[in-house]
Design a binder for this molecule. Structure first.
Ligand SMILES: Nc1ncnc2c1ncn2[C@@H]1O[C@H](COP(=O)(O)OP(=O)(O)OP(=O)(O)O)[C@@H](O)[C@H]1O
Length: 745
C-alpha cells in the first residue's frame, strides 16, 4: 500500500472512530433518557401523557442506534466547493451549538448525488467514495472521480465504478435479504424517492431489485413524511410468511421499525387463515364476480313470510298477523336506508313494530259506528312499547332480518354457495364441519364485513359511559388541584398556572383517551377499518380482484406502491394480469408506471435459459439484461429410476460451504426428496437460513439462493418454471426423469 493510500485509510478510520464515539454518547443519553422518562411520575394525567411521548421518542432513537450499528457509514462525497459529507444509514450530529451534521442520512437531499451523480452530470461532486467496513474497522475504499479535470488521486480509484456493486451481488447469501443502501442504482433511486401520493407501479423482471426498492422506499417515505406516517403507519403486503421473514430484517437495519408486514391471510383482524384452497377454488373466490354474489346472498338473508302463510304473533290484546305485505314494506324501507345489513336492521324492526302497532290499534280502538279511532297518541305509544317489548316480535325480526357476523355469514355461504355458475359453486363449496379459513377467504370476510356493517351501538354506548366516567374523574382531579393551589404557592407574586387554568374536564378526559400506548402499526393490525398512510404491495401481480378491493379500502387516499412482474404470475393464483385492469376501477388511468430493466441477481448464462422458457410462448419476450455473468453454464441431468437418489447426489455436490442451496421441486415430490436428505428444511414456513431449503415454485417466489437445483421441471407451468429458474445468484442445475420441456432440452 502506498503512503498516500495508508494516509487516506487512516483518515477514514479516524472519522469512523469519532463517529462511533459520538454514537456511544448518544446511545447512553438515549438509554438514560428512556430510564428517566420511565421513572414514576405520580398520578398527574398530563405528566403521564408527556412521559409516554418521551419514552416512545427516546426508545425509537435508541433502537435505531442499536439497529444500524454494522456499517453505519458507507460513503463520502467530496464537492467542488471543497466541502465533503459522509453518508450513512442514519443522520448523526455533533454535540456543538450548531449541531453540525457529522453523518448524513442516505435519505436526505444532500446525500442524493451519492446515488445519482455521473461523470456526465456530476451534480457538484468531485469524487464519490465507497467505504467498506468490518465492524468498526475500515477495510477498503473505492473512489470514483467525477471531474475528469481533477488530477488529485487517492490510489483507490475504481475505473469502472461498480466494484462495490459486483462484490455485493456475488457475495454468499444468508437466507435473509440485506439492504442495498450502499449501492442503490440511479434508476432505483428515482423510484425510491418518488412522491408518496398517488399510485406508483414498479414493474421489472426477476432480480431487478423490485423488492429491495420497495423496502427502501418505505424507509424513505418514513423519513420524508415522518409525522404523517408515524400516525397512519405503512403496510407492506407480501406473498407468504417465508417471504416476509426473508425481507423482515431490511427495514430494522435501516433504523425503521414502525411498519406492518402482512400477507393477505393476515388482513382480517381476529382471523389467521391457515387453510388451503384448490387452485380452482382460489381463482373463483378471488374473482370480481364474488362481490356481486355475496351482496345478493346478503339480500337473501332479508326474508319475508310466504305469501298466504303469515307469522302469527301472540299478544295480550289478541294475535298479530305479520304477513308478506307488512314484512315487504318494512324490508323496502330498511333497504331504502342504503345502510349495510346490520345497521339497516333497526329500520326494519322499527317499521315492523309500527305496522303491527297500527294493526293492534285499528282493532282495539275501532269505532263500531265508523267514527275515528278511540285511541289517543299516548295510548298508541303505550301499545307500540308493548309490541316492541314482545319476545315473539324479536324472534320474528331475528328470523326475517338476522344480525350476522362476517364469519357466520361466509361460513353459511360457503356451505351453500349461490349466484355462481354451477362448476364455480362446486369448486368453492366447503365440506360440512370445515372450520379453517383460507387466504382467499380473507377478502371475502372483508367484503362481508362491509356488506353487513358492524352494529356497534352497544359498544359506542359503553364507550360513551366510560368517557362520562372519565369526565367525572377529571372533574374530581381538577377540584383537588383547585383546593391545593393556595397551600402550595403562598407567594402572591408568583403566577403559577394550575391544571384547571389550562384544561377543562372534557379535554382532560379526551387526553386520557388518547393515552393508547400501542404504536400505529399495532393499532392498525387490530383495526379492520384502519386507513394506512401508505401501502406497498410486493408480488402485486398475484393478488386477485377481491384482494384489491380489500387493499383499496385500507387506502382511501390511494397512496400506494405496487411492485410486480406480470410474467411471474402463478398459474391458478387468480392474479389480474394487467395493471390497467387492476387499477381502473379505483384510479382510472391516474397512476405512474415505471420499469426496472437491469437484473442484479441472475447471471446472464442462467437468464438466457430462463428467457427461452417464456419465449417459447411469447417470441417477442425481452428479459431484463443481467448485470454480470459467471461463465458457469446451467446443467441438466437425467435421473434414471431413482429420482430422489439423484437429487440427493446433486445436493451433496452443490451445497455451498458458505451460502444457500434452494431445491425447487413439485410439491408432490417433497416427501420422497426430503426423506433422502438429512437436515433439509421444507414446509409452509421453512427456515431459510439453513444451508439447504426445499420449496415448490410458489414458495420460492421472491426468494433467492446462491445455487438452485430444479427438479422435474416438466411439471411446472411456464411462469412457475420461469420463477424457479431465476432464483440463483451463481449456479443452476436441473434433475429430471420425465422429459424436459422443449426450451430446456
Ligand atoms: N442496487 C443494488 N445493490 C446491490 N444489490 C442489489 C441492488 N439491486 C438489487 N440487488 C440485489 O438483487 C437481488 C434481487 O433483488 P430483489 O429480490 O429486490 O429483486 P426482485 O425484482 O424483487 O426479484 P423477483 O421478481 O425475482 O422477486 C437481491 O439480492 C438484491 O439485494
Amino acid at each position: 500500500m502506498s503512503t498516500r493510500e495508508s494516509v487516506e485509510l487512516q483518515r477514514e478510520q479516524e472519522f469512523i472512530d469519532r463517529l462511533y464515539e459520538r454514537v456511544s454518547v448518544l446511545r447512553e443519553d438515549a438509554a438514560e433518557g428512556v430510564e428517566d422518562a420511565l421513572a414514576p411520575v405520580g398520578n398527574g394525567l398530563q405528566a403521564r401523557v408527556e412521559r409516554d411521548v418521551l419514552v416512545a421518542e427516546r426508545s425509537g432513537l435508541l433502537s435505531a442506534l442499536n439497529a444500524v450499528d454494522g456499517s453505519l457509514c458507507f460513503g463520502r462525497i467530496d464537492l467542488h466547493d471543497g466541502s465533503a459529507h459522509h453518508i450513512g444509514r442514519i443522520g448523526i450530529r455533533e454535540d456543538d451549538t450548531d449541531r453540525t451534521p457529522l453523518l448524513i442520512d442516505w435519505r436526505a437531499p444532500v446525500a442524493r448525488p451519492f446515488y445519482l451523480a455521473t461523470g456526465h452530470t456530476p451534480m457538484g461532486l468531485r469524487r464519490r467514495r465507497h467505504i467498506s467496513t468490518d465492524g468498526r474497522t475500515v477495510t477498503e475504499l473505492h473512489d470514483e472521480i467525477l471531474d475528469l479535470g481533477d488530477r488529485e488521486r487517492s490510489g483507490f480509484e475504481d475505473p469502472s465504478g461498480d466494484a462495490v456493486l459486483l462484490a455485493a451481488l456475488g457475495s454468499a447469501r444468508t437466507g435473509r435479504m440485506g439492504d442495498i443502501v450502499r449501492t442503490i442504482q440511479a434508476e432505483q433511486d428515482r423510484v425510491i424517492r418518488a412522491p408518496h401520493r398517488g399510485v406508483l407501479v414498479v414493474e421489472g423482471g426477476p432480480g431487478t431489485g423490485k423488492t429491495a426498492v420497495a423496502l427502501h422506499r418505505a424507509a424513505y417515505l418514513l423519513y420524508e413524511h415522518r409525522e404523517l406516517l408515524a400516525k397512519r403507519a405503512v403496510l407492506i403486503v407480501g406473498p407468504n410468511p417465508a417471504f416476509l421473514r426473508y425481507i423482515g430484517e431490511v427495514l430494522p437495519a435501516l433504523g425503521e421499525t414502525g411498519v406492518m408486514l402482512a400477507t393477505q391471510a393476515e388482513l382480517f383482524p381476529g382471523v389467521h387463515a391457515r387453510g388451503t384452497d384448490s387452485p380452482r377454488a382460489a381463482v373463483v373466490k378471488g374473482g370480481a364476480g364474488m362481490a356481486e354474489a355475496l351482496a345478493l346472498a346478503v339480500r337473501d338473508r332479508q326474508a319475508l313470510p310466504e305469501p298466504g302463510a303469515p307469522m302469527i304473533i301472540r299478544h295480550d290484546d289478541g294475535d298479530l298477523v305479520l304477513d308478506w305485505e307488512i314484512a315487504y314494506e318494512a324490508r323496502q324501507a330498511a333497504r331504502d336506508s342504503r345502510l349495510p345489513h346490520n345497521l339497516a336492521r333497526p329500520h326494519f324492526a322499527f317499521h315492523l313494530i309500527d305496522a303491527l302497532t297500527t294493526q293492534l290499534a285499528d282493532r282495539i280502538g275501532a269505532d263500531p259506528y265508523g267514527g275515528p279511532n278511540f285511541l289517543g297518541p299516548d295510548d298508541i305509544a303505550q301499545l307500540a312499547k308493548s309490541v316492541a317489548a314482545s319476545d315473539e316480535v324479536h324472534a320474528a325480526v331475528a328470523e326475517l332480518w338476522p344480525l350476522l357476523t362476517p364469519e357466520e355469514f361466509l361460513a353459511d355461504y360457503l356451505a351453500e354457495p349461490v349466484y355462481l355458475p354451477d362448476e364455480d359453486a362446486a369448486a368453492v363449496r366447503r365440506a360440512p364441519g370445515e372450520r379453517e379459513w383460507t387466504p382467499a377467504d380473507v377478502p371475502l370476510l372483508d367484503e362481508a364485513a362491509e356488506l353487513l356493517g358492524t352494529d356497534d351501538s352497544a359498544e359506542r354506548a359503553a364507550a360513551e359511559a366510560r368517557r362520562q366516567e372519565r369526565v367525572v374523574y377529571a372533574q374530581g382531579v381538577l377540584e383537588l388541584s383547585r383546593g391545593s393551589e393556595t397551600h402550595e404557592f403562598e407567594d402572591e407574586e408568583s403566577e403559577v398556572l394550575a391544571a384547571h387554568d389550562i384544561i377543562d374536564a372534557e379535554r382532560m378526559a379526551e387526553r386520557q383517551e388518547e393515552d393508547d400506548h400501542r404504536s400505529a402499526a399495532e393499532r392498525a393490525a387490530a383495526d379492520r377499518t384502519w386507513a394506512f398512510g401508505h401501502i406497498i404491495v410486493d408480488e402485486a401481480q398475484e393478488l386477485s380482484p377481491m384482494a384489491w378491493r380489500l387493499l383499496m379500502r385500507r387506502s382511501p387516499t390511494r397512496s400506494l406502491t405496487l411492485v410486480g412482474d406480470p410474467v411471474q404470475t402463478s398459474e391458478g393464483a387468480g392474479g389480474v394480469g394487467s395493471w390497467e385492469k387492476i387499477l381502473r376501477p379505483y384510479v382510472g388511468d391516474r397512476f405512474t408506471h415505471v420499469r426496472l430493466g437491469v437484473n442484479y441477481r441472475t447471471p446472464a448464462e442462467i437468464m438466457e435459459l430462463a428467457a427461452g422458457v417464456v419465449r417459447a410462448q411469447d417470441p417477442s419476450f425481452e428479459p431484463p439484461g443481467s448485470v454480470r455473468s459467471t461463465g458457469e453454464k446451467p446443467w441438466t441431468r437425467s435421473a434414471g429410476a431413482d429420482l430422489a437418489g439423484e437429487v440427493a447426489r446433486a445436493v451433496a455436490e452443490m451445497t455451498p460451504e458458505e451460502g444457500r442451496l434452494g431445491v425447487i421441486a413439485p410439491r408432490e415430490l417433497h416427501e420422497e426428496i426430503a426423506a433422502r436428505l438429512d437436515g433439509i428444511t421444507a414446509g409452509a414456513e421453512p427456515d431459510l437460513t439453513r444451508p439447504v431449503v426445499l420449496l415448490d415454485p410458489r414458495e420460492a417466489k421472491g426468494l433467492e439462493f446462491d445455487h438452485v437445483l430444479v427438479v422435474e421441471p416438466g411439471r411446472f407451468g411456464t411462469s412457475d418454471l420461469y420463477v424457479a429458474l431465476t432464483r440463483a445468484t451463481q449456479r443452476l442445475g436441473i434433475v429430471h426423469r420425465e422429459p424436459l420441456p422443449e426450451p430446456l432440452r
